[in-house]
Design a protein around this ligand. Structure first.
Ligand code: ZN
Length: 449
């Protein structure tokens, strides 16, 4: 007679069914915990690329059964070397859909819902549904956007302490060649993405004088051909990195320059890499970072161990080096703080309020949409919603907010100046002048009991 196969959750059980030195204070080990994670915890994975594929597989194998994945991209041939859930016949299909299908085929019991769209296309309550959000993204803008959404759910009590039930935790992974990071973001407790935005310095560019006078590397020669020589020869014509003829021209000019200075190493693919700023993606880095992220996710929802505090870096360029750094919150952060305080007269209209946000020095918002407690007060897009909400513009904001003297309002728009604008979400604390806040708060509290 055959013996029963070992339980698939054998390793997981070691973490969830027994106590240990590293568990969080209110950790209650037992089969209920394991079953609750299966049944009730909903995880959103943002991105189904190199990291996303790994994350879905790791989370499914870690006992999570309710997963969602969102990604706007379609599969390309060049993804196949590392985005291991995809096959040649999948090229052209949405990444999210194929990734979800493949993991469900391989891991029984797991349920993955895919969303083939932009993260901005989902309403806020889509995101509020998840217990935890795991990010496998390669763009700063997308991270910033999700961070603002998760932090937007955070509410503070009257002593400015975060209300625990409004905390939406995130785990963020990122890789670049042989380097990577995994971090946890618990809004209101650990620094959010925006608190430490300086960790992503602007792209390093070579000084033009080096390119023009003293090139020392193949990259210098390529950038010379790309940034200086192109404009000299093609006055007014914009360089198009996706045009093979343009790239070929830069390559041959870079070669000539390299010969002149006796520099080796200019190739066509290096030319593409330098001009398009391509950093090769490494499958093993994705696997390591994803494993760290999946483990942090499990720790965060189960309490079976204390989490990272709070930022792990991995460097596999020469040998291997990992380190954890505890970053601190920016207490004036516009995103995870209690929100920018805006004091208004009760007579101010929604239109005037929106104008005020455009001129506010700390916000500089344009194309503003306004939401209050899930209700759209004014939406810039789509046109149907714009038309439906347009009549609100001339109504007093105080009335639109049901005459609540003090509340959180979410605004969505473009922030920044000139061509540096990017879409963002901001939380504002709107307070109406001349209303007795304390008396009304007591009244509201009284009513809820
Ligand atoms: Zn912050």
């Amino acid at each position: 007679m055959a013996t029963a196969p070992p339980s698939r959750s054998r390793d997981l059980d070691k973490l969830l069914l027994r106590p240990g030195h590293l568990v969080v204070p209110n950790f209650e080990p037992g089969p209920e915990l394991r079953d609750d994670i299966k049944e009730y915890v909903k995880v959103l994975v943002v991105g189904a690329g190199g990291l996303g594929c790994e994350l879905l597989k790791d989370l499914a194998l870690s006992g999570f059964q309710n997963l969602d994945v969102i990604d706007m991209d379609r599969i390309e041939v060049t993804n196949l070397n590392r985005q291991f859930l995809f096959r040649l016949e999948d090229v052209g299909k949405p990444k999210a859909e194929v990734a979800a299908k493949r993991v469900m085929e391989r891991v029984s019991g797991v349920n993955i819902t895919s969303h083939f769209c932009r993260i901005e296309d989902k309403p806020l309550d889509f995101y509020s549904d998840f217990s935890i959000i795991v990010l496998g993204l390669d763009s700063i803008e997308a991270r910033s956007y999700i961070n603002a959404i998760a932090c937007g759910f955070l509410e503070y009590d009257s002593d400015d302490n975060p209300r625990e039930e409004t905390v939406k935790p995130m785990v963020d992974g990122g890789t670049e060649g042989f380097k990577g990071h995994a971090r946890i973001i618990v809004p209101g407790m650990t620094p959010c993405f925006e608190c430490t935005i300086w960790l992503f310095p602007p792209q390093v560019k070579f000084p033009l004088c080096t390119l023009a006078e003293t090139p020392r590397t193949a990259a210098h020669c390529i950038e010379y051909a790309h940034l200086i020589k192109w404009d000299e020869v093609h006055s007014g014509k914009t360089f198009d990195p996706d045009n093979p003829e343009h790239m070929q021209w830069v390559y041959s000019e870079a070669l000539k320059r390299a010969e002149l200075f006796g520099i080796q190493g200019v190739t066509y693919s290096l030319t593409q890499g330098v001009v398009k700023n391509i950093i090769p993606a490494i499958a093993s880095t994705n696997a390591i970072i994803s494993a760290a992220c999946a483990l942090e996710t499990l720790k965060m929802v189960s309490g079976c161990s204390r989490t990272l505090s709070n930022y792990l870096t991995y460097n596999g360029v020469e040998g291997l080096h990992t380190k954890v750094t505890e970053f601190v919150r920016d207490k004036d952060c516009l995103v995870c703080g209690p929100g920018v305080l805006i004091e208004l007269d009760t007579s101010i209209t929604l239109r005037k309020f929106i104008d005020l946000l455009e001129g506010h020095p700390g916000l500089l918002l344009s194309r503003v949409s306004v939401t209050h407690r899930g209700k759209n007060l004014y939406m810039q897009a789509p046109p149907v919603l714009e038309e439906m909400t347009r009549s609100n513009l001339d109504l007093p904001l105080f009335d639109l907010m049901d005459k609540v003297p003090k509340d959180i309002v979410h605004v969505n728009g473009m922030a920044g100046k000139g061509d540096k604008k990017q879409s963002c979400l901001r939380k504002l604390r709107v307070v109406f002048k001349g209303i007795d806040v304390v008396a009304v708060e007591d009244m509201v509290l009284g009513a809820s009991f």
